[in-house]
Design a protein around this ligand. Structure first.
Ligand code: INI
Length: 175
């Protein structure tokens, strides 16, 4: 089957200029989360971000990420939030509650505020799986999250009909 349709395409650039980011990082499993943070900052820096454009906030564990992410998004100084955590499966069902509530809370944070919240929470059965995704075989999921934050910040401004980096853009979107 062939088609002559060539619909217009919309996507976000990977340039950090004029954007502001907040990164909220869980201290739990910091051996992993600090590596993910380094990956995210590397992506932002390579895309042109400077210190003044990025804020980093630490919380105790993944379960605390959603509230911090929502408050950062609501504060109106942020074009995208990156939430970084690492949940490792233990012997009880605790893991399942932390994973599902963290994912649900982060999704709610972006849906409630209109500010992109990037999900950079590893949910792994073993420490080895986490290490692989924090700079080894599986790349660095923090770096991917940094790129996703830039793209989604631009895209959400475009969808709202605003120039990227327009001051106060995030604030207008909050509830
Ligand atoms: N928090 C994590 O970020 N990762 C984990 O693996 C984890 N485990 O396994 O318990 C974890 N628990 C703490 C939780 O996120 C909260 O900080 C705590 O329950 C206080 O609300």
């Amino acid at each position: 089957m062939s088609t002559k349709l060539q619909p217009g395409k919309l996507s976000g650039e990977l340039k950090a200029e004029g954007l502001r980011f907040a990164v909220v990082v869980s201290r739990f499993n910091s051996f992993i989360t600090e590596r993910l943070l380094a990956g995210a900052l590397d992506a932002l820096e390579r895309a042109g971000a400077t210190d003044k454009q990025v804020r980093v906030l630490h919380v105790p564990g993944a379960f605390e990420l959603p509230l911090a992410a929502k408050k950062l998004a609501q504060a109106g100084q942020t074009d995208a939030v990156i939430a970084i955590g690492c949940v490792l499966r233990g012997e009880t069902s605790h893991y399942d509650y932390v994973c599902s509530e963290t994912a649900r809370g982060l999704q709610l944070a972006q849906m409630d505020t209109g500010v992109p919240v990037i999900f950079c929470v590893l949910t792994c059965d073993t420490l080895e799986q986490a290490i692989d995704r924090a700079g080894l075989k599986g790349g660095n999921k923090g770096f991917e999250a940094g790129l996703a934050a830039i793209e989604m910040a631009h895209l959400s401004h475009k969808l709202a009909g605003k120039q990227s980096g327009q001051r106060g853009a995030a604030k207008k979107a909050r509830r």
